[in-house]
Structure formats: structure tokens, C-alpha cells
Design a protein around this ligand. Structure first.
Ligand SMILES: Nc1ncnc2c1ncn2[C@@H]1O[C@H](COP(=O)(O)OP(=O)(O)OP(=O)(O)O)[C@@H](O)[C@H]1O
Length: 295
């Protein structure tokens, strides 16, 4: 018989999710998530974005079974997120992961592997694999108390992946991390996607989300305000971009003339030299120094 996860093309299905918290005086309810519905296909990277307090982390916590839905349902690989069995398939990197400072990188991953039920050679092999995947082999014997923020996030990714989950939930994986370390985490996310892992990620760094996400959901005040394929959402339907190299002034003038002939219908919005991003410039200037890897 087919298991629910084989039958469903979705890794996550959120249907009419509402989550309220009782707060403050007289337990006045606060609606953190309101009638939220979206689904995440198996193998895709799905970005949940929105302002502080719009309900992203709450939604993730319901997916993880850490919070119960007030109304609605969340299914992970076809199973209710409240079922313990479904959670074995999920890895989670919280917004501010905490690690025991006196343990080194290897011991930290061994610790989390044990918590997930790994033992013996499987535990050791998975730990070494995670150190390699996250690029932390060189720092495996150093106490995590001395790790940079970027390295801590990579240990966090290692612990989230140690048990071989099929779904990875990342809450702000690059918060407070410099652009070099941030790019490493981005590349790691893309590599995990290549390996077929489904990823749900939140971040306020929209440029980076644009680079990794297949689809995004934009939340505001607990509700979904836009959702869909990233390319569709960000393409400007009535414009065409042409990037020319080595064009002579004559060619540019001819293009202007041709467009002018179209009359009122067509108009050149801009014709200028493209700019690099500050992030690219920063990376160019800081990755050529051959410094020891501290990120
Ligand atoms: N355990 C809780 N008890 C009471 N209120 C809570 C609780 N957890 C979250 N909230 C409230 O629910 C709302 C949504 O919070 P949530 O953390 O989900 O937002 P977020 O989109 O993840 O924000 P951020 O981008 O700042 O991480 C906020 O108003 C928050 O204060």
C-alpha cells in the first residue's frame, strides 16, 4: 500500500491555519496566524517572507509540531504535523540556535546525532559527513564557544541535517552573518536542494531569498497576501530587458530611433551601464585576500 508521503506530491500542506495565543491581562487572544493556506512541493525551496511579527515563525512551529493549530490543519509528507512519526523527516534550524559552548564542533554534532537516535558507526559517519558538508572539518576540534556567527549557523545546519531529514525548516539562517558566510549558507541551501531536500526558509534578506527560492509566500498580519512562483511574481510583464556588450554609440542611437518610430506604444525606460551589487563588490574585495577561513 502507498504511504501518505508517496501519494502526495507535497512536502507541506497548510490548510486554513489559524493560531491564536492567549496574552496578558484576562488572556486576551492574539491572532498570530489567520486562515493561512499554502503548500510546498517536494524538492522545492519555499520562502516565507514578511515583516517582523507577521506569523512566519509561528507557522513553522506548527509545521514542526511544536505548537498546535487553533484551527485548520498542517500536513507534512501527508501526515498531520501533530503526529510524532512525521517529525522524524524534518530538520530545524531555529532563529537563534543555542549550543553548549564547551563542546567542540564534532562533539556538538555527535550530541545531536545521539538525540536523534543515531549510534555507533552510523553516528560517527554522519557526523563526519556533516562536518564536510558544512565546511567545518578544519574547526571540528575547536570549542563552539569560539566560533563565529557564520560557523555557528553552519553547525546549526549540520545538527538539523544529521538524521537525514527530507524537509529542512530554516528560520533566518543568515541573520547577523556577514556576506561571505551568508553566501556559503546560500550555496549550501542550493546544494541541499540538488540532493532533493525540500526547504522552507524565512529571511529578511530578500535579495538572497530571490537567489534560492523557487516559490515564495508573502505574509502580513498573519495572512498570506501574495504567493506563487518567484519568477512570475517578480517579472515585470510589460517590459523587456536587453543587455548589450560593446555597442557603439551609433547602434545605441539606432535603437533609440527604432523605438521612437513605434510612437506612443513603446518607450525606453532606461539605457545605462548595469551596476554590480554592493554584495558582489564586497565579496570581490574580501575573498581575494587569502585569509584563513573564519566565516
Ligand atoms: N508564545 C507566544 N505567546 C504569545 N504571543 C506570541 C507567541 N509567539 C508569537 N507570538 C506573537 O505572535 C505574532 C507572530 O509572531 P512570529 O514570531 O510568528 O512572527 P515572525 O513573522 O516570525 O516575526 P520575526 O520576523 O520577528 O521573527 C507576534 O505578534 C508575536 O508577538
Amino acid at each position: 500500500m502507498e504511504s501518505p508521503s508517496q501519494a502526495s506530491p507535497f512536502a507541506v500542506e497548510v490548510e486554513h491555519l489559524t493560531k491564536t495565543f492567549k496574552t496578558g491581562f484576562r488572556n486576551k487572544p492574539l491572532v498570530a496566524v489567520r486562515d493561512l493556506s499554502f503548500s510546498v512541493h517536494q524538492g522545492e525551496v519555499y520562502g516565507l517572507i514578511g515583516p517582523n511579527g507577521c506569523g512566519k515563525s509561528t507557522t513553522m512551529k506548527v509545521m514542526l509540531g511544536l505548537l498546535r493549530a487553533t484551527q485548520g490543519t498542517v500536513r507534512v509528507f501527508g501526515e498531520s504535523s501533530e503526529q510524532v512519526a512525521g517529525r522524524a523527516d524534518i530538520g530545524f534550524l531555529p532563529e537563534n540556535p543555542y549550543f553548549y559552548k564547551h563542546l567542540n564542533g564534532r562533539e556538538t554534532l555527535l550530541f545531536y546525532g545521539k538525540l536523534c537516535g543515531l549510534r555507533g558507526s552510523e553516528l560517527k559517519d554522519r557526523t563526519e559527513e556533516m562536518l564536510k558538508l558544512t565546511g567545518l572539518q578544519h574547526a571540528a576540534d575547536r570549542r563552539v564557544g569560539g566560533y563565529s556567527k557564520g560557523m555557528l549557523q553552519r553547525v546549526g545546519l549540520g545538527q538539523a541535517l544529521i538524521h537525514g531529514p527530507r524537509l529542512l525548516i530554516l528560520d533566518e539562517p543568515t541573520a547577523g552573518v556577514d556576506p561571505v558566510a551568508s553566501r556559503r549558507i546560500r550555496d549550501l541551501i542550493l546544494e541541499l536542494k540538488e540532493r532533493g531536500i525540500t526547504i522552507v526558509v524565512t529571511s529578511h534578506l530578500l535579495e538572497q531569498m530571490q537567489q534560492v527560492c523557487d516559490r515564495v509566500g508573502i505574509m502580513s498580519n498573519g495572512s498570506m497576501v501574495r504567493e506563487g512562483n518567484l519568477d512570475d511574481l517578480i517579472s515585470v510583464e510589460n517590459q523587456t530587458e536587453i543587455l548589450l556588450e560593446n555597442a557603439s554609440p551609433q547602434t545605441l542611437a539606432a535603437i533609440r530611433e527604432l523605438v521612437a518610430k513605434e510612437g506612443a506604444k513603446a518607450r525606453i525606460v532606461s539605457m545605462e551601464k548595469p551596476r554590480t551589487t554592493l554584495e558582489k563588490l564586497f565579496l570581490e574585495c574580501t575573498t581575494q585576500t587569502g585569509e584563513e577561513d573564519k566565516s
